[in-house]
Design a protein around this ligand. Structure first.
Ligand code: E4P
Length: 226
């Protein structure tokens, strides 16, 4: 399962990228607005940092306008993916631009029926929003499980991207259920690596190492520096 960050923050993207496990970015109008920066320079910079798909969202529900926006977003960078909301007009645009070879992430998916429509329209990615379903008392992971099962039975190529993830368990369960991609805020990304036993164990190893130095004799030069 590929790990994506759901952010438009350059600092967060650079930090996660440094860890060597970041495979892509999802953004949306809310995340772009939060940065208070020029849209084109910001998304171009994001695309240049990340070696993987960067989803950039359209902002219309008119099919012709969506098609024009998709063409322009697709031209931003080789790794730009066009995000289109799962509405009837959106699906018509997905069909049109997917047929031209443009990669589309169909977003705001909240039901298996919508996910079938996204795949049938030729989507490159479908994004079920788990956390927002949990927020209204519906099981987001159950939706992901249903979509993964249906896509496997039908042999759809559309990648399933688990979105709106709120905590590391969402990420682990998404991997278990067979999601192709999980996108998450930086806080959740950090939560994947943190464990108090790792911190305590590491501290103890370093202390023991320092204490043993008088007896360890000659050390490789890089280990003398610590
Ligand atoms: C995905 O592409 C969306 O940008 C995102 O996951 C939405 O998450 P939220 O429900 O935390 O806003």
């Amino acid at each position: 399962m590929k790990l994506f960050l759901d952010t438009a923050s350059l600092d967060e993207i650079r930090e996660a990228n440094r860890w060597g496990v970041l495979r892509g970015i999802t953004s949306n109008p809310t995340l772009i607005a939060k940065e208070e920066k020029g849209f084109l320079p910001l998304v171009k910079e994001i695309c240049s940092i990340v070696d993987g798909d960067v989803s950039i969202e359209t902002a219309s529900d008119d099919t012709e306008t969506l098609i024009r926006q998709a063409h322009e977003i697709d031209q931003i960078a080789d790794n730009a993916v066009v995000k289109i909301a799962l509405t009837p007009n959106g699906l018509a645009a997905v069909r049109a631009v997917s047929d031209e070879g443009i990669k589309v992430n169909v977003t705001l998916c909240f039901s298996p029926a919508q996910a079938i429509l996204a795949a049938e329209a030729g989507a490159y990615i479908v994004s079920p929003f788990l956390g927002r379903l949990d927020d209204v008392g519906t099981d987001g992971l159950r939706l992901l499980s249903d979509i993964c099962e249906i896509y496997a039975i039908q042999g759809y190529d559309t990648q399933v991207l688990a979105a709106s993830l709120r905590h590391p368990i969402h990420v682990v369960e998404s991997a278990r259920l067979g999601a192709d991609i999980a996108t998450m805020p930086f806080k959740v990304f950090e939560g994947l690596v943190k464990h108090p036993l790792t911190d305590a164990g590491f501290k103890r190893f370093i202390n023991d190492w320092e204490g043993a130095k008088p007896y360890l004799g000659e050390l490789p030069s890089s280990m003398q520096e610590e």
